[in-house]
Design a protein around this ligand. Structure first.
Ligand code: PEP
Length: 257
């Protein structure tokens, strides 16, 4: 799915699933199923923290390693937290931030997400910033108002060069883990509007470069229509990234020339 100006990114979000011992076999299997040519596209696995060092140190060359969270602090007395520098040292290249599950169940605020995003950029890790509306917000016609707020709050005070390094994932909350996917038209509309927002704030050059992913019950069957939309540059995939053949199929579609 050639996007001309942008990399296509197919990122799996394993959430709190899979054991480290199972992960190795999964990755070995996935490597066998990856397409020969992966020019212009990147496959990422965002794994639980306990899996990172094993995956990173083995350098699964064709699959980038991602984390699912990072501390907003740089170091020190923050029991249970993991810093961006630690992730970098473990060869992590991508990190999800602002996932709706963390916003909802861990009370993560826009300000924390902004700080996390900066930590990642400073460490040279690509943030995958998740934004998305609830069903109620969609029904009230507040989708873009809410998403604009989330995007602007997270990117506040970043330079144009820094914004260019950020990946944004549009994840409608009502579509995550529900089996209900946004229609290709709905997903394209929001991704287009996010790009417009970037164009107004940072200029056309930057907005053309930022990869915007769709996430929410994407699977091997519906990915082609979603990924062929002009402003959808990849997917953030939960459930289907746990099934090696499904995830490989989505990567294959994303990597089509
Ligand atoms: C997610 O958790 O980011 C996600 C998109 O999950 P699912 O694909 O299972 O809806």
């Amino acid at each position: 799915m050639n996007k001309k100006y942008r990399r296509v990114i197919i990122a799996g979000n394993w959430k709190m699933n899979m054991l480290p011992s199972q992960a190795k076999g999964f990755v070995e299997e996935l490597k066998k199923l990856l397409p020969q040519a992966m020019r212009g596209c990147t496959a990422v696995l965002c794994v639980p923290a306990t899996h990172i060092s094993a995956m990173g140190s083995q350098r699964f060359r064709r699959i980038s390693v991602g984390a699912q969270n990072v501390s907003e602090y740089d170091m020190g007395a923050h029991t249970g937290e993991i810093s961006a520098e630690m992730l970098k040292d473990a060869d992590v290249q991508y990190c999800i931030i602002g996932h709706s599950e963390r916003r909802q169940f861990n009370g993560e605020t826009d300000e924390q997400i902004r700080l996390k995003l900066r930590r990642l950029l400073d460490a040279g890790i690509t943030p995958i910033l998740c934004v998305g509306e609830s069903l109620q917000q969609r029904e009230l016609g507040l989708t873009m108002e809410h998403i604009s707020y989330q995007v602007k709050a997270a990117l506040a005070s970043l330079s144009e060069e820094q914004v260019r390094e950020v990946v944004i994932a549009y994840e409608p909350i009502w579509a995550i883990g529900t089996g209900v996917t946004a229609s290709a038209g709905q997903a394209q509309e929001v991704c287009f509007n996010i790009r417009e927002l970037l164009r107004k704030d940072y200029g056309a050059l930057i907005s053309r470069k930022v990869s915007i992913l769709y996430g929410g019950s994407m699977n091997a069957k519906n990915c082609r229509e979603l990924l062929s939309q002009p402003d959808i540059d990849g997917g953030l995939i939960g459930g289907a990234s746990l099934k090696v053949s499904d995830f490989a199929s989505i990567i294959a579609v994303g990597c089509e020339e």
